[in-house]
Design a protein around this ligand. Structure first.
Ligand code: SF4
Length: 302
């Protein structure tokens, strides 16, 4: 089948299966095109929970599909590529977290949504890159154990200096490799462009930015700002929506290394196969799911 035939088949299957297709901002353009909604992991999980379809096809990585399942246990949640995982989420396990908690008995555990259901279940509250500062500010205790992203954690520590933030040493392999030297080079090439950076980048890159925010905040900022040119310091998939929504503006990628190999595993073919064969289903232990939901719910109350 050619690309257009696959797209037609996906639309037919979607109806037959009573499915909704959701895609993370970092997915390849073709997958974003066939999706019902594009967004960040939390926005997509909330969208799925409020949607009446029986099947959720989550085009992203495993922890995102798990979050959808945590919030929508009655639905069938499918991840099109079984091996689409997140190396940063894998840098903390529930067992290692339990050990670390023993070293900091009074600390509140804040876990970035980029973590497994088991780690969420061991945590007190979740956060996203959009709300991490508000989540930490809402906690009355001074000591916070922040897992797994050291870069997001150190950005939060800078913005909320009254807290003692204990950092886990995890990082996003895609954002962490951007070097501040690349910022200088791109700034020289495009002196009239604003630099918008994700807080998963290292501190010196974040410090050099004109704006720091999650993918959604970057998309919203570029839309509302009157500037014409932007250097984008997050995964390249976000360019699809930025260009689609702002055809009169120009976007440059901060670094050619801003590609997440796991996010690029999902293709039109995998979306088609997933709907055709109803694979790969996400299943969670109910006890873990309930505990993980507590951490998500506490965040959602803020
Ligand atoms: S971009 Fe980074 S945090 Fe996001 S899925 Fe890829 S490795 Fe994980």
């Amino acid at each position: 089948m050619d690309k257009n035939q696959i797209k037609e088949e996906i639309i037919k299957l979607k109806k037959q299966r009573d499915a909704v297709i959701v895609a993370h901002n970092y997915q390849v353009d073709d997958v974003q095109e066939v999706s019902d909604v594009i967004g960040d992991s939390l926005a997509l999980s909330k969208y799925c929970a409020n949607n009446s379809k029986k099947v959720i096809l989550f085009c992203g990585v495993d922890f995102m599909a798990e979050s959808a399942k945590i919030l929508s246990p009655e639905k069938k949640v499918l991840l099109p590529e079984k091996d689409a995982g997140c190396p940063m989420a894998d840098m903390v396990t529930a067992e290692a977290l339990r050990e670390e908690k023993k070293k900091h008995p009074g600390a509140v555990v804040v876990c970035y949504i980029n973590s497994s259901a088991h780690v969420k279940a061991e945590s007190d509250i979740c956060c996203t890159s959009s709300n991490a500062i508000d989540v930490v500010k809402s906690i009355k205790e001074k000591d916070i154990l922040f897992v797994p992203d050291q870069n997001l954690g150190s950005y939060v520590a800078k913005m909320v200096p009254e807290k003692n933030i204990i950092l886990w040493k995890g990082f996003c392999i895609t954002h962490h490799r951007v070097k501040v030297e690349e910022v200088s080079k791109v700034r020289e090439l495009h002196p009239d462009a604003l630099l918008l950076v994700h807080p998963e980048c290292q501190k010196d890159v974040v410090d050099a930015a004109d704006f720091v925010g999650s993918t959604k905040q970057i998309i919203d900022y570029a839309k509302s700002s009157s500037n014409q040119k932007y250097i984008i310091g997050t995964e390249m998939g976000v360019l699809y929506k930025l260009k689609r929504d702002n055809p009169d503006k120009t976007f440059y990628l901060l670094s050619p290394g801003l590609i997440c190999p796991n996010m690029k595993k999902t293709s039109l073919n995998s979306v088609y196969n997933a709907l055709n064969e109803m694979k790969y289903e996400i299943n969670l232990d109910e006890e873990v799911r309930i505990k993980a939901k507590r951490s998500l719910d506490r965040m959602l109350q803020i």
